[in-house]
Design a binder for this molecule. Structure first.
Ligand code: 13P
Length: 250
């Protein structure tokens, strides 16, 4: 399974940042063994999609409705028309602002319906972790949001992002990442049968050039979702090179 490395720019990047995307795209072309995606803010989606050749561009969220009176929101079809191939859904920052499991599920259906692939984020909070509820929280989020039908598995990626690790400069221990990725894989296989084995499971949360090699050394980790370190070609490029050189690329 080819490693997937996706940069989530969150609410960062004015038009000057397109130069970073151009450099990242060039590097992605030099590293064919890895698959690269970038999720810029909505305002950069169209120009970035028109510019890149070697990476896919995606959105960071979408509304569950196809259109209507939803001021400030973006539909899945609007993302697709702007050049997005995928959309990140269920990110903990969106869950913290009100997305519950039912809404995440509705967004997943809307995105798949618009022809997008989905990166579905799951992850426990620090409180759930301390209470020993990390696995049940993550498996519960999956059970609530996984779309039906084997066909949907083909356009699905899961990102395990422990909420407490995001932007915190700390990551779980290797064996904790492995155990969670195993639990996620079991849920996927229970839900989709054999097709569930082909869904990529990424790790996200404080991924950097200095820890990525150890993270992807684990065969259960099929790539990474990167926030802060994806904002420049220098830091994201170091991550791409590290994975491409790690033996985890095809
Ligand atoms: P950081 O890499 O900045 O911790 O962010 C991770 C994340 O939330 C990616 O979606």
């Amino acid at each position: 399974m080819r490693s997937l490395i996706v940069g989530n720019w969150k609410m960062n990047g004015l038009s000057g940042a397109l130069a970073e995307a151009a450099s990242i795209d060039t590097l992605a072309g030099e590293l064919p063994g890895v698959e690269v995606g970038l999720a810029p803010p909505f305002t950069l989606l169209s120009p970035m999609a028109a510019m890149v050749h070697h990476l896919s561009v995606g959105g960071q969220d979408c509304h569950e409705a196809s259109h209507g009176a939803h001021t400030g929101r973006i539909s899945a079809a609007m993302l697709a028309e702007s050049g997005a191939r995928f959309v990140i859904l269920g990110h903990s920052e969106c869950r913290a602002e009100g997305d519950d499991d039912a809404r995440v599920r509705a967004k997943v259906d809307a995105a798949l319906g618009a022809g997008l692939s989905v990166i579905l984020c799951v992850g426990e909070t620090a409180r759930q972790r301390e209470a020993g509820e990390a696995k049940s929280a993550v498996v519960g989020q999956l059970a609530a949001a996984l779309p039906q039908g084997e066909g949907s598995a083909e356009r699905l990626t899961i990102a395990y992002e422990p909420v407490w690790a995001i932007g915190a400069g700390q990551t779980p221990a290797q064996d904790e990442v492995e155990a969670m990725h195993r639990a996620i894989r079991s849920s996927l296989v229970a839900h989709y049968g054999e097709a569930g084995r082909l869904v990529r499971i990424l790790y996200g949360g404080s991924v950097s050039a200095s820890n990525v090699e150890a993270l992807v050394a684990n065969a259960m980790v099929n790539g990474v979702l990167v926030g802060g370190a994806s904002l420049t070609a220098e830091s994201f490029g170091a991550i791409l090179r590290s994975i491409a050189g790690s033996g985890r690329a095809d």
